[in-house]
Each structure stands twice: as C-alpha cells, then as structure tokens.
Design a protein around this ligand. Structure first.
Ligand SMILES: [Zn+2]
Ligand SMILES: [Zn+2]
Length: 292
C-alpha cells in the first residue's frame, strides 16, 4: 500500500492537500491518507468490477428466481456502501503497520534471490495460504454462536448478484480479508505483485457471485467458482472455499454444484417460465373453448 500512498503523496496530497508542516511520514497524515485511499479505492474497484460483471457476465434471468428479493441489487449496493467505510478502519491499522515497515514486503525483483521464479512462487503460496485461511474463517463464521451476529447478512442474498460480492457485515468482511493482509507479515512478498494480487482477489470475489456457472471441464474438480458459491448461499454448510475445492474436500463440506447436475437456479427459473407459459396458453385455449 505504500506504493499507492507514495504516488498519492507525490502527485496530489503534498502539493495540494496537506500543509507543509504535516510531513509525509507523520503518523496522523499516513492514517488519514490511508483511510481516504482505501475507501475511494474500495468503492472504485467494487463498482467497476461488479457493474462490469453485472452487465456483461451475470445471467439476469436469475433475477426471476423465487428466492430473489425485490430490489435486491439496490439492497446489495446500499449494504456495501455502508460497510466499506467501517471495514476500512481495522484494515487501515494493518496497512499502517505495513507502511511503517513492519511487513516483509520488498521493492525490487532482485531482492528475491530466485528472481522472477521466486515471485511466481510467492503468488502460488499466497493463493494457497489465503485459500486455506479463508476456508477456516468462513467455517468459523458459520458456527451457530457466531453466524447470526456476523455472517447471516451475507446469506440474505440466496441468489447473489455481483453486487453482493462485498455486501458483508464490516467485521465479516474484515475477518475474511485478514489472510490477505497477514500474508506479507509472515512471508516475503514483492510490493507490486501484492498490489496486483489485491486487484485479482477483488476480481475473484466478484466472479464467484457472477452467476456464470461455467468452469472448464478440466478444472471442474479443483476450482471453486460461481456455481459452488451460489450453492453455498443456498445451502449454507457446503462449499466454504474461495479459490479451490481442496479444503472443502478435506473438511468434508464439498457439494457438487446443483448447476453441474442440471438442477441449478437457472434451471429452476427456466422451468418456472415454461410452466407459466403453458398455463397461460392453457388458459387462452380454455377461454376460446368457452367462447365457442
Ligand atoms: Zn458470497
Ligand atoms: Zn457463508
């Protein structure tokens, strides 16, 4: 995050916003700047990714599903807009520690003795580590003593749209994002790679809510996609994973998505539509016969 902060300081904050006596390394200035950057960046990524996904990927026929709430998209957006500022408070505390140099983030590819190979390796370990942590955190959030206080709100959307991707109780959103923040305090990570991973993670979170249930056949056994996560929203105690199905298989919570078995939410919508059409045409025939 110090890359973004440095850019903001250099181009905007130092020349135009802060008085000269409030230097770039002043803690209060760093905290304030991080809060603003995180909120603006959070909204920007959320609206950009979710809107693109909603208009270009999300199957809008799903909005005719009986479990789709009236005005759901509006409710998902409102919930997210309210949550992001609260979620950002504890997140800024972690970013502040990172900016102050307590993490193991490094600047240059040459700082890794394996160079680019080492960096690619850290991308793999980042994904595996965060996937494992999110699985257990998510499972913990489903514990009956915890669920109703923190995680229930995210399950309000039984048939989620991409706008539900960040519609979490602030504590829920923060806890599930903790693995991403903790990783660079435990393991060395290249700064730009970390930034790219952050954008990717955001994109992935939207993508598992995008109602596009397709996964290439070869990857079907391994990837936790939208089909898995929609079933998680519908059936609760299955498919807690984020990127892979690995931990659901280890933790015996894997459920083959209903969409892969020909009975997913879109099939229900199509069945309902077909029945509606049939009953309408039957009704018309009935009226015709009566007129004759
Ligand atoms: Zn979800
Ligand atoms: Zn859940």
């Amino acid at each position: 995050m110090d890359i973004v902060l440095n850019y903001a300081d250099h181009y905007v904050l130092t020349p135009y916003v802060y008085p000269a006596w409030l230097t770039e390394d002043a803690p209060i200035r760093q905290i304030l700047s991080l809060l603003v950057i995180l909120n603006l960046g959070g909204y920007f990524l959320y609206f950009l990714n979710a809107a693109a996904s909603y208009y270009f990927i999300f199957d809008q026929r799903l909005m005719k599903h009986p479990l789709f709430i009236p005005n759901q998209v509006k409710l998902e957006i409102l919930y997210t807009v309210k949550s992001i500022p609260l979620m950002s408070i504890p997140t800024v505390a972690l970013f502040y520690l990172e900016v102050r140099g307590y993490s193991k983030l490094y600047d240059n590819v040459s700082d890794n003795r394996l160079g680019i190979v080492g960096i690619l390796g850290s991308v793999v370990t980042f994904i595996l580590f965060t996937d494992m942590c999110i699985y257990w955190i998510h499972r913990f959030l489903h514990h009956k003593q915890v669920y109703k206080y923190i995680h229930k709100d995210h399950h309000r959307w039984k048939i989620p749209t991409p706008f539900a991707s960040h519609a979490f109780h602030p504590l829920d959103g923060f806890l599930q994002s903790c693995p991403y923040h903790i990783y660079p305090f435990l393991f060395p990570l290249h700064k730009f790679t970390y930034l790219a991973l952050f954008v990717f993670v955001n994109f992935w979170t939207v993508s598992i809510h995008d109602g596009d249930y397709r996964v290439p056949d070869l990857l079907k056994p391994f990837i936790n996609g939208s089909a898995h996560h929609t079933d998680h929203h519908l059936f609760y105690n299955y498919n807690y994973g984020q990127f892979f199905t690995l931990w659901d298989r280890i933790g015996s919570s894997f459920r083959n998505p209903s969409s892969f078995e020909g009975c997913g939410p879109i099939m229900e919508v199509l069945k309902k539509e077909k029945l509606k059409k049939e009953s309408q045409s039957n009704g018309k025939q009935h009226v015709k016969k009566k007129e004759e």
